[in-house]
Structure formats: structure tokens, C-alpha cells
Design a protein. Structure first.
Length: 172
């Protein structure tokens, strides 16, 4: 069968034209609604992302604003060390308290902080050394033959240094 072309007039009824316009309008409205929904979801996800980033940044800023205040620990340890050295100078047996005074001062002077002379150890090592010094002072007070005032000094040193090291060893 041969193919024939229809060359007659194109007749579109008014009803058919209005139905076609309604379909096009509904498709346009559907597309507008879809675009609006996509835009809303993008805005919501952008807001959520900004809030998450903001919270993370705030956490990091709080951490950065709260520096380790090892200098306060150093001040306390310098006071303990120099007080012990002062009392050791007037003691009947000055060697043991002088050694512990030097250890406390050296511990304060070697941590990486603002009042340090040498900056060799970090806060955790500083804390461990402080606890070892306080335990060593207790052991020395028990085992070494010392007079009563020197024993009391060493036990006082052990209590003060132990407290400072455990409570403030990483900074305040």
C-alpha cells in the first residue's frame, strides 16, 4: 500500500485546545511546585549544614580559647620548691629536702609552658614526674633516718606536690 500524505485542513476543536492548554498549565504548575520543593530542600539542607559547621567551629573555638594554664601549676611548684629549699637550709639534715626541692623546681622548669626555662617535657610527663616526686618524698620520709621536722617537711611536700600534680598536672 502506498503511503499517502494528508494535506487537509487541521481542525482543532475548542474543547481539545482548552484540554491541551490545561495539560500544559498543569505541567508548568507541577514543574514550578517541583522546583519550589527542590529549592526548599536545598535551603533546608544548607541551613542544617551551616548549623553543623557552626557547632563544630564553636567547639573548636572553645577548645582553642581554653588553653592549658600550666603556668599556674608552675607557679605553685616553684613556691613549693623554693619554700622547701628555704626550710632545708635551716634543717639539721638539709641534703634530702634540698634534693627534693631541686627536683620540684627542675620539674617546673622543664615542662613546655610559659614559665619554663628549658621546655623539655609535655604536661602528661610533667604530671607523672610530679607524682613520682611526691611518692619518692613519702618513701624517703619513711626509710631514711631523718629528724622529725625534716620528715614532716617531706610529707608536706609529698601532699602538696601530689595534689598539684594530680589536680593541676595538665594545667587548669
Amino acid at each position: 500500500m502506498a503511503r499517502t500524505e494528508w494535506s487537509g485542513p487541521l481542525i482543532i476543536s475548542a474543547y481539545g485546545l482548552s484540554m491541551a492548554n490545561e495539560d500544559i498549565d498543569s505541567e508548568v504548575n507541577d514543574n514550578d511546585d517541583l522546583e519550589r520543593k527542590i529549592d526548599e530542600r536545598i535551603e533546608d539542607s544548607d541551613r542544617e549544614l551551616e548549623e553543623r559547621i557552626s557547632k563544630e567551629v564553636q567547639k573548636q573555638v572553645k577548645k582553642a580559647k581554653r588553653p592549658k594554664r600550666l603556668w599556674m601549676t608552675q607557679v605553685m611548684e616553684y613556691i613549693i620548691g623554693f619554700a622547701l629549699a628555704s626550710v632545708a637550709a635551716r634543717s639539721g639534715t638539709p641534703l634530702v629536702p634540698a634534693i627534693f626541692a631541686a627536683l620540684v623546681i627542675a620539674n617546673a622548669a622543664t615542662v613546655k609552658a610559659s614559665l619554663s626555662a628549658f621546655r623539655l617535657s609535655n604536661g602528661r610527663i610533667h604530671q607523672i614526674i610530679g607524682v613520682v616526686i611526691s611518692l619518692g618524698a613519702v618513701i624517703a620520709a619513711i626509710l631514711i633516718d631523718l629528724d622529725v621536722s625534716t620528715r614532716a617537711m617531706l610529707i608536706g611536700l609529698a601532699g602538696a606536690e601530689g595534689f598539684v600534680s594530680v589536680r593541676f598536672g595538665h594545667g587548669i
